[in-house]
Design a protein around this ligand. Structure first.
Ligand code: ATP
Ligand code: MG
Length: 416
């Protein structure tokens, strides 16, 4: 009997092998296709052999490589076998994990399960962050936040069980339908401001607010997903261990996160939510560039093109709100998500955003004051250069002396 056929359940393993050997660059696509053809022909001949058998017999795979890959493949399949849950389908995949739809057997309810890939399960730093997400999210209970249910480990694989949200992310909606009308965008961002206010009150910062992490249910309720980068405010150890490293997606990340500052607070979420609103109503991210580092550089240095310059249909109010949310200096942003909510509400009602206006006025006032100080300083300099009485006296005395000496010389010469 062939090597792979000795294993029970070989066929399902075999079907994954073709992809794995290409991914690992052990074979080209063409070579796998040739092996598949041989395997198919063997069925018609009545002596079926598997693709893995062909890969082995053709020398594309050694026995040692096969054994190693088999262990890896089996381990990755175990991610889909979590006790108490029946996996239904893959919902999506992000940079850090895969999300599945599943049935929680005991409660007969549909849930979403975020599973850490094996490569990350072996990384204690990632595992710790993964568990932190679970613990942080479990502290929250809000209609606009995806509810965390459970966190655990099975066969070396770490997973996080959460409320299943049937619907699209804001990212998907923008991709499908283009930009949001101002009113719709404000409705969603208001719900996110409420969600963030709740999280911030509990001492949690999301740190990765972006269109992909806002899900919209079929009833139009917006839910903030993915607390993967959340942490307790007091957890300075975690912050310090991340010092100097920038986390999050560059398109929405706050300048202080880019600088790797350790005391990231709720204002980073307000910036990211502002960048999200910007994207929703203009169809463009606030700062675009060919590389992540140049995007980050623009967040730090470049002035924001006001959203109403890109979409003239927008009200002045919404533009003002975005500009305050995305102020480069965090103390020029809203002082809380609740303050932001007030302005969002006002703009939605066609009224001016008073909190933003106050900030603009305060800025203008301090600019004016700064201008006056500069002007005074300039005046002082003028005095120093042109009105120094001591300097003037000295000059007059020297000139008079020179004049006197010249007169004496002329008299002496004319007397000869
Ligand atoms: N609770 C949920 N219910 C339903 N679908 C979900 C849920 N959470 C996530 N998803 C889906 O799974 C996808 C992957 O989510 P994940 O949080 O791993 O990555 P992401 O946020 O899309 O991207 P990134 O890794 O860049 O943050 C999401 O885009 C979404 O479509
Ligand atoms: Mg996400």
């Amino acid at each position: 009997m062939s090597e792979s056929s000795k294993e029970s359940g070989k066929t399902s393993l075999d079907s994954i092998f073709g992809k794995v050997v290409i991914d690992k660059q052990l074979c080209t696509k063409g070579e796998v296709k040739n092996c598949l053809d041989i395997a198919k022909k063997s069925i018609t001949k009545g002596q079926p052999i598997t693709l893995t058998d062909v890969l082995l017999s053709q020398g594309y795979l050694t026995k040692t490589q096969y054994k190693r890959l088999k262990t890896e493949v089996e381990k990755s399949r175990s991610t889909q076998q979590i006790p108490g849950f029946k996996m239904i389908k893959k919902l999506g995949q992000g940079a850090m994990a895969v999300v599945f739809m599943a049935k929680q057997i005991s409660l007969d309810r549909t849930v979403a399960i975020k599973v850490l890939p094996n490569r990350l399960s072996e990384n204690p730093e990632y595992v710790e962050r993964f568990y932190k997400e679970g613990r942080a999210a479990a502290m929250l209970n809000h209609n606009n936040i995806v509810q965390a249910f459970d966190v655990g480990e099975s066969g070396g694989t770490h997973y996080f069980v959460m409320e299943y949200v049937e619907g699209l992310t804001v990212y998907d909606v923008v991709k499908q339908n283009g930009i949001y009308a101002e009113r719709e965008a404000l409705l969603i961002i208001s719900q996110m401001a409420d969600a963030l206010h709740h999280a911030h009150e509990k001492g949690l910062i999301h740190r990765d607010v972006k269109p992909k992490n806002i899900m919209i249910t079929s009833d139009g309720v917006a839910k903030l997903a993915d607390m993967g980068l959340a942490r307790e405010l007091t957890d300075t150890d975690a912050a310090e261990s991340e010092q100097g490293r920038a986390y999050g997606t560059p398109y929405y990340i706050a300048p202080e996160q880019i600088r790797g500052e350790i005391d990231i607070d709720f204002r980073a979420d307000i910036y990211s939510l502002g960048a999200t609103l910007y994207h929703m109503v203009t169809g463009r991210v606030p700062f675009e560039a060919p590389s992540p580092s140049s995007v980050m550089h623009k967040h730090l240095k470049e002035d924001l093109v006001p959203p109403d310059h890109l979409n003239p249909k927008l009200s002045v109010g919404v533009s003002e709100v975005v500009e305050i949310m995305m102020a480069k200096k965090r103390d020029e942003r809203y002082h809380s998500a609740q303050e932001l909510s007030e302005d969002l509400q006002a703009v939605a009602n066609g009224e001016p955003p008073m909190q933003a206006r106050q900030r603009f006025d305060a800025d203008t006032l301090s600019d004016l004051e700064k201008g006056e100080e500069d002007f005074d300083a300039y005046d002082d300099d003028d005095d120093a250069n042109y009105s120094n009485p001591v300097g003037l006296k000295m000059a007059v005395m020297l000139l008079s002396g020179a004049l006197l000496i010249s007169i004496i010389i002329i008299i002496m010469l004319s007397g000869k």
